[in-house]
Write a protein that binds this ligand. Structure first.
Ligand code: GLN
Length: 325
């Protein structure tokens, strides 16, 4: 092995084992009743708390599913790692990192305080402030040009054309005063590169992109596969960009509970308020779950339990080792 390649090795267990564990996880956690469906975006409040889907996609393109893996929901914050990847690809990873920051804020995803506390307004692209700033860096002079770039990039990650859930988009746009506040503050601190209102609109629109658990598993597997979609074969972003994106997911993907996440699951992960979660096992595959009830930090309860169970049973924890005998 080339020791300078930074490439972790290994693969998922065989298909029968993965498919059995996915089924087991679904049976085991379907009965969990903790958590509450997000209600601050009116259109999300109606989500069925019983919905529960799991999908694992290998970097070879095999997909293992349980539950309603074809049910659609808005991508919400799961868009953030993919947006960051697209911006890195467009303007260079170094410049994106310098302009957006990559350190955990230790504060909730929609924190205004985090922006104010950092003199340069830098946070990281996994929280709202950093993601709104990232949308402002999308190539294009107008909102529509920037949107065309974002929508095309997400569709390449999914391996199919994604469309916006117009009801969720309208519902959040009508109520997102806090995100607009964050964008205005960023603008004042020199941390935004497009109009605050238009940047918030673009951010809100990409959060409303409609995806399924199946899509998300393949999107996560693309990040696990050096940026190449395991089924379409398209190289969506370059391999070093995946490494950068996964690093920020490790430190900030679950906001203020990112420490607990890496401790328990040992893999880059990302949560979103609609109840989706993705977990990436570099070189091996992607895990996606959908279950709307969330914990206090806005992370899916069943999603976290599933990720912990599968990380352990599939042998994926990046930090675990055994003494040589
Ligand atoms: N669109 C949501 C918001 O800005 C995304 C947040 C999330 O999924 N955590 O509040």
């Amino acid at each position: 092995m080339n020791m300078a390649s930074w490439i972790s090795t290994g693969h998922l267990p065989g298909a029968a084992v993965v498919s059995d564990l996915v089924e087991q996880a679904h049976r085991r956690f379907q009965a969990v009743r903790e958590g509450a469906v997000a209600s601050y975006i009116p259109a999300l409040a109606a989500a069925d708390p019983e919905l529960f889907a799991i999908a694992v996609a290998s970097t070879g393109g095999q997909v293992f599913e349980a539950g309603e893996a074809g049910a659609a929901f808005s991508i919400q914050s799961l868009s953030k790692p993919f947006l960051y990847a697209l911006i890195c690809e467009a303007i260079g990873e170094r410049e994106a990192r310098d302009k957006l920051g990559v350190n955990s804020t230790g504060l909730p995803f929609n924190s205004v305080q985090a922006v104010e506390r950092a003199e340069d307004g830098l946070s990281n692209p996994m929280v709202n402030a950093g993601a709104i700033a990232a949308t402002s860096l999308a190539p294009g002079e107008s909102t529509e040009e920037k949107w065309a770039f974002i929508a095309a990039g997400f569709s390449r990650f999914a391996g199919r054309p994604l469309v916006v859930d117009e009801e969720v988009y309208a519902s959040e746009l009508a109520t997102n005063r806090r995100n607009l506040g964050i964008a205005n503050l960023l603008e004042e601190q020199g941390g935004l590169w497009f109009d605050p209102e238009a940047s918030t609109d673009l951010y809100t629109r990409q959060c409303a992109l409609s995806v399924t658990t199946h899509d998300l598993a393949l999107m996560a597997a693309t990040l696990a596969n050096g940026g190449r979609h395991p089924r379409s074969g398209e190289q969506v972003v370059a391999a070093p960009i995946c490494r950068a994106v996964l690093a920020v997911m490790v430190t900030a993907g679950l906001y203020e509970t990112s420490g607990d996440w890496i401790y328990d699951i040992g893999l880059p992960g990302k949560s979103g308020v609609s109840g989706g979660m993705i977990t990436v096992a570099p070189g091996k595959g992607g895990l996606a779950t959908y279950s709307p009830p969330l914990d206090g930090a806005g992370n899916s309860v069943r999603g976290q339990l599933t990720a912990a169970f599968l990380s352990e049973r599939l042998g994926l924890h990046l930090l675990a080792s055994e003494p040589v005998v």
